[in-house]
Design a protein around this ligand. Structure first.
Ligand code: NAP
Length: 347
């Protein structure tokens, strides 16, 4: 028995210390007390996890909150809960399926018609390590939802963001981008064997490259754009992984794991910080690890890859055709303006 005392007590001490220090080590709450009365925030995937807590915190700070979710029942329930908890009546549930170009266009059109302004766009929704599957338009699910869906949505809302400037775009990326690679020959996993981990990492690298390219194209418009890794947060993101699928891991390992990782409330603080803090005014094209600016992985600094990804993405979601047919295309307008300015990105 005595031979177990030392290892058990060491484990207990380390585990206890990890739990106690977790909030401190993982960033803590947003240091800014800024309120956002009169500002409109659009958040994707806001019915659960980090998105829901971000919506709640920003509603508490007085914002008008548009929650874009694919499941309207879950979205209405979350919006009602947030209105009740924050006593802010201006929290709305709105249909948005990022796995459908049609749904994204309808959502963007509704925002453009019904909202006077969009001050903050938080591209939060995400799927991780789901089984092989395609979006309605035939894109790989993770690349389609995590990157292409947000790419299209952001482009469609650029005019509104520009009219509301200074405005902010926040892209939820991940530390997982460091092992991502963009396979321009096979972005949608049609030629090679599907690898769900790599598909997630590719989509998260795409989020960082998109952030940097968009920031470059938006210089001089008053819209800033930054990417953030929120930390490791106990949410439903791992729903497709082993941890959530077996009875043993969901009932025994999962509660143990959630003691070590951040709560969704704490996981929302980096998004809140990027959305409201005074220090983030005018800051653009950066990558944040929780609330600290960090240099992203070398592949995320590849300007040629960022430009190429932009062009391919425009083509895939049909933005390029619009520009060519002479229809109103906010991206083209912003690009031509940006082309006259000098990019001043730090990384
Ligand atoms: N949790 C972490 O440790 C962690 C770490 C790094 C990065 N992140 C990033 O943080 C973001 C938020 O993740 P989370 O942890 O809060 O995950 P989560 O709890 O699973 O929430 C993800 C949200 O995205 C929504 N969503 C998924 N597919 C969608 C679609 N096709 N259209 C519209 N909405 C869709 C989900 O809606 P349903 O409920 O209907 O499925 C849900 O509201 C993600 O971008 C993720 O990659 C999280």
């Amino acid at each position: 028995m005595s031979k177990y005392i030392l290892p058990v007590s060491v484990f207990g001490t380390v585990f206890g210390a990890a739990v106690l220090l977790k909030n401190h080590v993982t960033g803590g709450p947003c240091p800014s007390k800024a309120t956002i009365k009169g500002k409109t925030v659009v958040i994707t995937g806001a019915n659960t996890g980090i998105g829901k807590e971000t919506a709640r915190e920003l509603a508490k700070r007085g914002g008008r909150i548009i929650m874009g979710c694919r499941d309207m029942e879950k979205c209405e329930t979350a919006a009602k809960e947030i209105r009740g908890k924050t006593l802010n009546p201006y929290v709305y549930a709105c249909q948005l399926d990022l796995a459908s170009v049609k749904s994204i266009r309808e959502f963007a059109e509704r925002i453009k018609q019904e909202e006077e302004r969009v001050d903050v766009l938080i591209n939060n929704a995400g799927v991780m390590r789901c089984p092989a599957g395609k979006t309605e338009d035939g894109f790989d699910m993770q690349f389609g939802v995590n990157h292409l869906g947000h790419f299209l949505l952001t482009n469609l809302l650029l005019d509104k963001l520009k009219e509301s400037a200074p405005s902010r775009v926040i892209n939820l990326a991940s530390l997982a981008h460091i092992v991502g690679k963009i396979d321009f020959e096979d972005l949608n996993w049609e030629k090679k064997k599907f690898d769900t981990k790599q598909a997630y990492c590719q989509s998260k690298l795409a989020n960082v490259l998109f952030t940097r390219e968009l920031a470059k194209r938006l210089q001089g418009t008053g819209i800033t754009v930054n990417a953030v890794h929120p930390g490791v947060v106990a949410t439903e993101l791992g729903r497709h992984t082993g941890l959530h699928q077996s009875q043993f891991s969901s009932s025994v390992l999962s509660p143990f794991f959630s003691l070590l990782v951040k709560s969704p409330e704490l996981g929302a603080q980096p998004s809140v910080y990027l959305a409201v803090s005074e220090e983030m005014e005018g800051v653009t094209g950066r990558y944040y690890d929780v609330m600290t600016e960090k240099e992203p992985a070398p592949l995320a600094l590849d300007e040629e890859a960022a430009r190429r990804l932009w062009e391919v993405s425009s083509r895939l979601v049909g933005l390029e055709e619009e520009g060519q047919s002479g229809k109103s295309n906010p991206t083209t307008e912003v690009q031509s303006k940006a082309a006259q300015t000098v990019p001043v990105l730090r990384h």
